[in-house]
Design a protein around this ligand. Structure first.
Ligand code: 13P
Length: 261
């Protein structure tokens, strides 16, 4: 945990909760979570819930993230919502989540264009990168991270990089894929590799300042062990973020870690 940076914890609710259920969960979280200056709590509900939740939340306590967006600002793209439309409504947008790469065939280039569109529309992309179990077993993990990272950042300047967040989410560690519990050592090595790539592309300082989150089966019991991994600046949480006891306990754990440090 780097005390010079905030701890960033993002709840990715994926395709769960209708607007009523989402509102109820926010109500429960609001009762349990305090405003902490050094902890940024971000909620990523479905597209449908963003607008009502933006009216409901205390914006000092919670920020909103979209789970996706379309790279073109406007046009005849039936069913899509652009980053231009999300601008002003959300602070962040998750881009390139493995679910989108795998189930919706998002290529490296699609992710690259989405990253650029988010930045252009003043939304901070949370770019997810990570290898599958198959790629890991074949010894291709590093290559996959390299390709996903360099393509996603292809059109991003050093200045713009300050408004970009990365999330290392090994697909094999995500609860709904293989759910293998990642070892702190594995995560540390991958994140060190990612920072090395960033250093080559943007220099020492930019690489150091970059927020890199870990995601993959994080829950209230082990969040501490992940936040302790050198280089990890926060967590991207799936399943456990749908449970208000667990999610608020994670924020508490992060807060305690900071106060103890
Ligand atoms: P889980 O926490 O359910 O493994 O999901 C991780 C994830 O994909 C967050 O984006």
């Amino acid at each position: 945990m780097n005390l010079r940076k905030k701890t960033l914890i993002i709840a990715n609710w994926k395709m769960h909760l209708n607007t009523h259920q989402a509102s109820l969960l926010v109500h429960r979280l609001d009762e349990r979570i305090q405003v902490h200056r050094d902890i940024e709590v971000v909620l990523a509900p479905s597209m449908l819930s963003l607008q009502p939740l933006s009216q409901q939340i205390n914006h000092r306590k919670f920020k909103l993230a979209a789970q996706n967006g379309y790279a073109t600002d406007e046009g005849a793209y039936t069913g899509e919502v652009s980053f231009a439309m999300l601008s002003g409504l959300v602070t962040y947008a998750i881009v390139g989540h493995s679910a989108r790469r795998i189930y919706f065939n998002e290529t490296l280039e699609v992710v690259r264009d989405k990253v650029q569109a988010a930045v252009r529309n003043d939304i901070m992309p949370v770019i997810c990168i990570g290898e599958t179990k198959q790629e890991r077993d074949a010894g291709e993990g590093r290559q996959v991270l390299h390709d996903q990272l360099t393509t996603a950042l292809m059109n991003i300047t050093s200045r713009e990089l300050e408004r970009v967040v990365l999330a290392y989410e090994p697909v094999w560690a995500i609860s709904t894929f293989d759910g293998i519990i990642a070892k702190p050592d594995d995560i540390e090595k991958s994140i060190a590799y990612i920072r090395m790539q960033l250093r080559e592309l943007y220099g020492e300082k930019a690489a150091e300042n970059m927020y890199i989150l870990y995601g993959g089966s994080v829950n209230d019991h082990d969040v501490r062990s992940y936040l302790e991994v050198p280089g990890v600046d926060g967590a991207l949480v799936g399943a456990a973020s749908l449970n208000y006891h667990q999610f608020s306990a994670m924020i508490d754990a992060a807060y305690r870690m900071r106060t103890e440090a």
